[in-house]
Design a protein. Structure first.
Length: 309
């Protein structure tokens, strides 16, 4: 049984940008109010889950320099599929010209870490090369007249190619969790908009992220002082600050992009992670803690030893 190593990545954001000033024309709000409460300045809106997934995946494939035919599995994390049936991964597979198994994972904002861990499970039982994507188009399920949710949500995608390796690979420890008794705190009915109990989600989210992050570090045999960079779900700067403070990780060792992207759910962690990599914030051997929470309520974290592609 071997592990996995990321050999390429890619991201995608829609061209249309919606600023806080734009939102102030649509509802009773303003830039200062949104920035103070969320840390978000602008967000990207548009595209479909399939189209954004294809865009980020093509960039990942190009960076990795691999033949699409060599990919033997596609795992797409999304909570906003383009259709009820079939899975959006089928459309992405076809557009990329892949000949492999493809399936969706829905764990809301924890989804990318779920998909990344699942990919390592497939590698451990014989898969050679996998494409892991996290994409959401939350603008399609956002009520743009609801100040409590419209200021948060946006669209985006992040993807990576994970190759099987004979050693343990990059994934050192992980934790996946869910508490279905809390699903009423954040949900969207089929054909409806997102409803959220913001205060309760905030309270639960901090607790969930801290608990999951500590579990992953314990499984990896590491402590918070070993973490070079924490990559949290990009939901709200206050949640990130509170969770990292309780974990004992300062903000200067934390990756954030939500000021530019808003909350992109499954795309959130890969967008922040690969942005940090491109900015030169990661070197060989660095320890990365991915940690998130989502509707359900789900939780997911992973400890990764960074290796440059």
């Amino acid at each position: 049984m071997g592990g996995g190593r990321i050999i390429g990545w890619g991201t995608a954001l829609p061209e249309k940008v919606l600023t806080n000033d734009d939102l102030s024309v649509m509802m009773d709000t303003n830039d200062e109010w949104i920035t103070e409460r969320t840390g978000i300045k602008r967000r990207h809106i548009g595209g479909s889950t399939a189209s954004l997934s294809v865009e980020s995946a093509r960039r990942a494939i190009s960076m990795a320099g691999v033949d699409p035919a060599s990919i033997d599995g596609l795992v797409l994390s999304t909570t906003t599929p383009d259709r009820t049936v079939p899975a959006t991964s089928a459309a992405v597979q076809h557009a990329l010209g892949l000949r492999c198994g493809a399936f969706d994972v829905n764990a809301a904002c924890s989804g990318f870490v779920y998909a990344y861990v699942v990919a390592h499970g497939l590698l451990a039982i014989g898969a050679k090369r996998l494409l892991v994507i996290g994409t959401d188009t939350l603008s399609r399920v956002t009520d743009w007249g609801d100040r409590g949710t419209a200021i948060l949500f946006a669209d985006g995608s992040g993807a990576c190619i994970v190759d099987g390796v004979p050693d343990a690979g990059q994934l050192l420890g992980w934790d996946l969790d869910a508490d279905g008794s809390l699903e009423h705190l954040l949900y969207a009915e089929v054909g409806g908009y997102i409803h959220m109990d913001g205060k309760e989600v905030f309270r639960r989210a901090v607790r969930i992220m801290v608990d999951s992050g500590r579990k992953s570090l314990a499984k990896a045999g590491l402590g918070v002082d070993d973490v070079t960079l924490c990559v949290p779900h990009q939901a709200n700067v206050r949640i990130i600050d509170a969770a990292c403070r309780q974990l004992g990780i300062p903000m200067d060792r934390t990756a954030t992009v939500l000021h530019e992207t808003g909350n992109t759910s499954s795309a959130s962690i890969p967008l922040a992670w690969f942005d940090a990599a491109e900015r030169g914030r990661l070197n060989n051997g660095d320890i990365v803690l991915l940690v998130g929470f989502g509707a359900g309520m789900t939780a997911a974290s992973a400890v990764v030893e960074w290796r440059q592609p």
